[in-house]
Design a protein around this ligand. Sequence first.
Ligand SMILES: [Zn+2]
Length: 669
Amino acid sequence: MDFRLEATAPGSRARAARLRTSHNEVLTPTFMPVGTHAAVRAQRREDLLESGVQVLLANTYHLLLRPGLEIFEKFGGIHGFMNWPRSVLTDSGGFQIFSLPGSRTMREEGAEFRSYVDNQTVQLSPELSIAAQKSIGADIMMVLDQCVPSTVEHSVAKAAMELTHRWAQRCLDARGDSAQALFGIVQGASYADLRALSARVITDLPFDGFAIGGLAVGETAAEREDCTAIVTDCLPPDRPRYLMGVGTTRDLLEAVHRGVDMFDCILPTALAKQGVAFTSLGRRDLRRAAYRGMDAPIDPACACYTCKTYSIAYLWHLQRVHETQGWQLLGLHNIHFYQHLMRRMRAHILAGTWLEFYREQRELLDARDSYGPAVTHVTKAQRRKLALRRGRYEVVARGGVGHIRDTQSGETMHPVDDPQEEARSLYVAPARVVERLRGAEPAPLVIWDVGLGAAANAMATIAAAESLAPEQSTAIARPLSLVSFENDLDSLRLALGHVHLFPYLRHAAPHRLLTEHRWRSRSGAIEWRLLAGDFASLKFSAPPPDIIYFDPFSFKTDSGLWSLAAFRELAAICATSATELFTYTYSTSVRAAMLAAGFHVAKGAATGPKAETTIALSPRAAAAAHGHELLGEEWLVKWRRSDARMPFGATPDDLSWQDAISGHPQFSR
Ligand SMILES: [Zn+2]
């Protein structure tokens, strides 16, 4: 593969280059949309070509299972099969195997996993991965690597890295004299010494390019940027560099600044489905009511078909009525925006104006959506309470106990006498947190706390873990990894300003979490991380959970989180782990959405004013039982008669949920 470096920006490592594959000349930096199943979700090839896509990424793992390699052999590879005239890069399948933790065994020889299509055992060795990528006919093939979460211990990361190195050599041998390019992958989790060592070992081998793997799997943006810089520093300047699976537009800018040439990520299409657009004005979230009547393109600076043809108001409406065309049009815009952004980066690198561009774009890209709802009328009584307000939240004190109320929807978090008691009885106790932390398993117990709010659930969990190790000097038997998701930190800031009303916050952890987004107990056994932003997208980057506290505002306020589509995504993430999800609602349409998405659903404990709550179980968790009482025939009969039988967010053009619920395995026992 021919690679020519054209320019490096002064004061930066940002570079512009050209590389020639067997199908086209690729100008870098470049972004490769993800075509998992030999198609970019809901996008036509003409639109991809028009937006300037130069390379598509396809997933070997998925294509191996469906349609199967014999189809590619028949059609002359993926280019003939999908009629794609430009380059294709295939990943090796390593990342998919890693992201399905329950279903695979790693050996020196290779990985063994169960097919999600027909449950057959499939082997994937370095030799088989390369053979598959040869059949698919990718212009650029990737070596098989072993990915581990970026937060694992040093020894685990080291072992995975060493295996990756041995597999790299086997992939090179298996490639033989094929004209298809082959890239090596640098691993080493978040450890600087391992990353540097891995870069040295991999660059000693005759690869056509080098990738940085194992990022965007749980580390912070700062860790990711540091890690990228350490690796690019060790890579030879005369070969392309590819940062795998990253990221947001801001991530791309930071990585180009650190010397990366190629990227792929599902975000432009995955977030389009959630109603999120990347624009020259920052992110725009079409779930916001402020866009309802806005007569302007979603990005005034964009020349794509969507922006030339439709107003925001129309796109808002399509998203509101769950019209498929809505996310197709947003996806088209997002891909166009990414491609245009990469071309602008390249132009500034070539023109010698990169640093100014970089500094200016850092402030703009991914900035939070600033189009909040219209200002509401403030009464005198409300004005008096202003000290108790912050952003959209206010503190309400009842009998010496503080509650956080959302002033826009009127909803109050934990509207009970003792929020800590509710957190224990609804989440911590039924999830058997204490019992599970006593177990001696080496892997951390991963808890997702969806909707951090004023941290009532998180602090009840930390209190439970600390009760097992009162001195904080002795470690609890099993490490605890608590991951809180929150898109508006004002509620926690507000509560921390009124600690006398929220006494459970008298602890170093919440302060540290706000400032550094991470807190660790002195022994290191308890780790609490904050993923600030939308759960809809962040859930893809967090380690798979054992337990989920699902405690966002109700579907009146946070509608996207409760929809059938959202539960389907969550079910896919939890497909191979034993995940138990606890939530406060017992709404029929939410339970229907969970069942239709593939979860088993059980009755949760009564709490405060609620006679019942809900537990959703992944198939593996359901098989393990744990004494949860699954909804039975009786519920199904009531559901059939209910006005709320349609899962929240389901659309009339897809009625597959009816059969999915009626025929759900939990009712056929
Ligand atoms: Zn556009």
